[in-house]
Design a protein around this ligand. Structure first.
Ligand code: ZN
Length: 239
């Protein structure tokens, strides 16, 4: 996986507001920005595959360690921790490898495919959570969904099967507060996390471009096209 280069990173940052849509679209939007796949293909990707591609891009660009911070929902204490991007990618590889020979999942005798971004968008307008879960299950059922009775047991088994086959599709972090011993699950919003990193990096790049352009009269394009080591050397000369 190639890292985002500085010029593309700045483009993505500048287009951010124009392209911002619902959260579930964000992952595919980011990937579409780097032209890893056409938008139509991304709609058909299982959610975990989309997340995996985004995580690979993130790790190639900023390294395998993800630093995160979160407030305890009970006492408000600040928790700071690191996630290992390579380990997360391995979880997804191991999960999907188990199903590589049989892309359709069999749950309680029924056949299912993995949910995609298109499925999620289709049910996102349903206000009732159970209605949304059933609608998602129906759209992923490759048998005759009209004849299926959507019991709680079937929905729970299906949820577990989706998670096992496509772990990064719905990534939950299990967190524990060292101060009050509160334990909770927190979804990892990878697109948002990566977006925030891109924002920080883009703002730093703008400062670098501004300083070099003002000192030497070079264009933004020339400055961004410069090898990072050379750019850094010029910035040190100015300091
Ligand atoms: Zn706490």
């Amino acid at each position: 996986m190639q890292p985002l280069d500085d010029a593309l990173l700045l483009d993505i940052w500048a287009r951010r507001d124009a392209r911002r849509r619902a959260d579930c679209d964000d992952c595919a939007d980011l990937l579409a920005s780097v032209r890893m796949a056409g938008d139509a293909h991304l709609d058909e990707w299982p959610l975990g595959r989309c997340q995996t591609a985004l995580l690979e891009l993130r790790c190639a660009t900023f390294g395998a360690t993800l630093e995160a911070a979160m407030d305890c929902p009970q006492c408000g204490a600040r928790l700071e921790f690191e996630l290992d991007g390579d380990a997360l990618l391995k979880i997804q590889r191991d999960g999907s490898a188990d199903h590589a020979d049989a892309p359709a999942l069999c749950v309680q005798g029924l056949g299912f495919r993995l949910p995609t971004r298109r499925d999620l968008v289709a049910v996102s307008g349903l206000g009732d959570e159970r209605d949304a879960v059933v609608a998602l299950a129906r759209s992923c059922c490759i048998d005759d969904p009209a004849r299926v009775e959507w019991t709680e047991a079937l929905l729970a088994s299906l949820d577990a099967a989706f998670e096992a086959a496509d772990p990064l599709g719905n990534l939950q972090l299990s967190l524990a507060c060292p101060d009050c011993c509160c334990v909770w699950d927190q979804p990892l919003d990878l697109p948002r996390y990566f977006r925030e990193e891109i924002d920080v990096r883009a703002r730093a790049l703008l400062v670098e471009v501004h300083r070099l352009a003002r000192a030497y009269g070079w264009s933004e394009r020339d400055i961004l096209g410069m090898a990072p080591a050379r750019r850094k050397a010029y910035l040190e000369l100015l300091a």
